[in-house]
Write a protein that binds this ligand. Structure first.
Ligand code: SF4
Length: 360
C-alpha cells in the first residue's frame, strides 16, 4: 500500500517501526484508555491492541448486550507460531460477549497468494495442521468454516465485489497487480462481508495486524457500494509480536524468528537461548544499570502470552532495576513455553482428526 512516501506490504516480514506515522497517514484511531479498562483483558491492558476503526459500534453493542459479528481467520501459508495465537486469543475473548462467530480457514487464500504453495492439496494439508492447532487453542468447530467448502453465494459475492474495484484503485492501494493476490484480496473482502448476508445487517469486527490495513480500507469502501444493506465493518489493530531476532516479525517463512506451536522443547531452548535481549554487555553492568525489557524479545513473549499481569509486571521491574539477569529470565521463559507447548501438543493429537474431516 502506498501513501505519500510510506509503503506497507501486507505480505512482508519486516516490522513497522513508526506507528504514529501510520496512524496519522491512514486515519486510524488510538484505542482509548476507558475501553481498555472496560474490556479488562491483557491484550488491551498491555497495549497489544493499539488502534481501531469504528470499534465504537462494537462497544455500543457490548454495553447494550446485543449481538455483533466477529470474523477473522488464518491463511494456509505455513506452520502456526506464537504470533498467530494472538488472533485466536482475541477471538476467544470477544466470544464472551454476544458475538456471532466466524473463523475462516483460508486455504484458497494461502494457495493463490503465496508462491511457495505449489498446489491446492499442499494448502489443504497446511489448513488441516492450522485448524488442528486452532481447535487445540480453544476454537470450537461450529465457529469455523473452510474457504474451499463454502456455498456458491460466497464465491458469487467475490465476483460481485470484483466489479467494484478498478485497476487504478487496486494499484493505488496495493502497488501490484498480481492475479493470485488479487483473488486473495477478493476472498478476504467476502470473508468479512458475507456474515452480514447470513445474520442480517449488523456491526462486525475483525482483528488484524497494522500492515493488513489495506484490506480493511478496501473492504470498508466496497461494503458501502454493494447493493445490500450492510454495516461498514469495524477493525481492531494489534501489534505483531516481533521475531526473536532484531527487526523482524515472527514469520513462518523465517523459522528462526518464531516459536512454532509444534516446536520441540529442544528447539524452544535453542531459540530462546539465542534470542535478542535487552541485557547489558556484562553482568556487573546489568546489575548496576538494569536491563531493557522494552526492547527484549524474551520479555515480549511474556507480554504477549503470559496470563498473569503480576508476573509480567514483576519481570519488568526486576529486569529494569538489575535484580533479574538474562540467564535466569531465559530459563523461566523456556520453562513457561515448554509447559504450554507440551499441553498444547497433547491436545493437537486429538484435534487433528477433527480438522482432517472438516478440511477434506
Ligand atoms: Fe530481557 Fe529478561 Fe534480560 Fe530483562 S532480564 S533483558 S527481560 S531476558
Amino acid at each position: 500500500m502506498k501513501k505519500g512516501n510510506l509503503t506497507i506490504d501486507p505480505w512482508g516480514a519486516s516490522s513497522i517501526d513508526n506507528y504514529d506515522k501510520v496512524f496519522k497517514e491512514f486515519g486510524l484511531k488510538e484505542f482509548p484508555e476507558n475501553w481498555k479498562k472496560k474490556l479488562n483483558h491483557y491484550l488491551f491492558r498491555r497495549n497489544i491492541i493499539i488502534a481501531h476503526r469504528d470499534f465504537d459500534k462494537i462497544i455500543e453493542r457490548i454495553n447494550a448486550n446485543k449481538p455483533f459479528i466477529q470474523i477473522t481467520g488464518i491463511a494456509s501459508s505455513g506452520r502456526m507460531h506464537l504470533g498467530h495465537k494472538i488472533d485466536i486469543d482475541l477471538f476467544l475473548f470477544l466470544k464472551k460477549f454476544k458475538a456471532k462467530n466466524y473463523f475462516a480457514i483460508a486455504d484458497i487464500d494461502g494457495y493463490v497468494s503465496r508462491q511457495k504453495i505449489n498446489t491446492m492439496d499442499e494448502a489443504k494439508k497446511i489448513a488441516v495442521d492450522n485448524l488442528a492447532h486452532a481447535l487445540a487453542l480453544g476454537l470450537k468447530t461450529k465457529d469455523v468454516y473452510v474457504q474451499s467448502k463454502q456455498k456458491p453465494f460466497y464465491y458469487n459475492l467475490a465476483f460481485e465485489c470484483s466489479k467494484k474495484i478498478t485497476e487504478n484503485m487496486y494499484s493505488a492501494i496495493y502497488g501490484h497487480t498480481d492475479f493470485g493476490k488479487i483473488s486473495a484480496v477478493l476472498l478476504q473482502i467476502v470473508d468479512i462481508i458475507h456474515p452480514q448476508l447470513i445474520e442480517g445487517k449488523m456491526p462486525s469486527v475483525t482483528g488484524i495486524g497494522l500492515e493488513q490495513d489495506p484490506h480493511a480500507r478496501i473492504t470498508r469502501d466496497i461494503a458501502k457500494r454493494l447493493p445490500y444493506t450492510l454495516e461498514v465493518p469495524s477493525f481492531l489493530y494489534f501489534l505483531h509480536q516481533s521475531g526473536l531476532q532484531q527487526g523482524k516479525k515472527m514469520s513462518s517463512s523465517e523459522p528462526l524468528t518464531a516459536i512454532f506451536l509444534d516446536d520441540s522443547s529442544e528447539e524452544v531452548k535453542k531459540k530462546i537461548s539465542t534470542a535478542f535481549t535487552g541485557g547489558k554487555d556484562t553482568l556487573e553492568e546489568q546489575k548496576r544499570l538494569g536491563g531493557r525489557p522494552d526492547i527484549c524479545k524474551v520479555y515480549e513473549i511474556y507480554k504477549f502470552h503470559h496470563p498473569s499481569n503480576k508476573f509480567v509486571e514483576d519481570i519488568f521491574k526486576r529486569c529494569s532495576s538489575g535484580k533479574l539477569l538474562c540467564g535466569e529470565c531465559k530459563g523461566l521463559c523456556i520453562k513457561f513455553l515448554t509447559n504450554f507447548l507440551e499441553k498444547h501438543q497433547e491436545r493437537v493429537k486429538k484435534t487433528r482428526k477433527i480438522a482432517e474431516k472438516m478440511v477434506n
